[in-house]
Design a protein around this ligand. Sequence first.
Ligand SMILES: NC(=O)c1ccc[n+]([C@@H]2O[C@H](COP(=O)([O-])OP(=O)(O)OC[C@H]3O[C@@H](n4cnc5c(N)ncnc54)[C@H](OP(=O)(O)O)[C@@H]3O)[C@@H](O)[C@H]2O)c1
Length: 260
Amino acid sequence: MRVALVTGACINTGVDIVEKFASEGYTVIFTGRRLRAVEEAKRRYEEKFPDVTFIGYALDSLLPDGTVDEGAIVDMFSNIDARGLTVDTLVLNAADQGLGMTFFGNSLSDFMNVINTNVAWNFALVQHAAMRMRDTGGGSITFINSNTAYRAIPDRVAYVASKGGQLGLMRALALDLGKYNIRVNAVLPGMIKTDRWVKNPDFYKTVPSRYTPLGDVAVGADVADAVWYFAACARNTTGAELVVDGGNTVQLYPIIPKEN
Ligand SMILES: NC(=O)c1ccc[n+]([C@@H]2O[C@H](COP(=O)([O-])OP(=O)(O)OC[C@H]3O[C@@H](n4cnc5c(N)ncnc54)[C@H](OP(=O)(O)O)[C@@H]3O)[C@@H](O)[C@H]2O)c1
């Protein structure tokens, strides 16, 4: 039985990733921060995929003092063990977007919350998943990173720094875990049409991501397909970065369409 664990999967891109693995017959474990949202998401998933087993956990990255809540990760994996399941596919999708932060307007602890969630919490999740993968012959770990690891965007210092750090983490893990047949890779989306996109049509119509070589930005399913590639079709690939941004980051200047 194949078992995927997807973090941050009650809303947006995480949902598409869960649904991709469910449609391929995996047992899917997912997380969200609030128990109620997790229960509602589980209900929706079960309605859509009645033959698939879904298990949801309410998991917040940080304790109130800003340190990583490793105890919650330990509890989750103990519970998964007790069910007789082993996660062979880990997708690290959850992220603190660090939205609404400015360089002068926010404190070091605000910055650290984003770094701790996007880098340190993911380190801990990988450690607990990988020690089990090591004992069962291997697995696939995929970070949902961002093309902002390559090119910065304004007022997102903590997020951009965290995604850069996360990419370094991915490479180092690929190196250390290869001998256990654990492959570690990253998907780097550009902008994705999430609910934030839908709620802000005026802003998103004018953002540079629209001016990509392909003329559009990703939907969640595009990201899920890239994750699927790493998980199921990339036996000899580790430490790799797959950019899903319509070609945005390859260009020196954006193509600005002429007004009609
Ligand atoms: N959206 C984009 O345009 C874009 C572009 C490039 C890269 N990405 C990357 O793609 C991934 C998915 O993006 P998205 O926009 O779909 O994400 P999203 O809508 O911001 O959802 C993020 C998920 O992460 C969870 N999360 C947030 N803070 C958390 C914390 N402190 N502890 C535990 N879980 C936490 C949220 O939980 P709750 O459900 O409880 O809120 C949510 O499920 C992220 O890694 C993001 O960095 C997104």
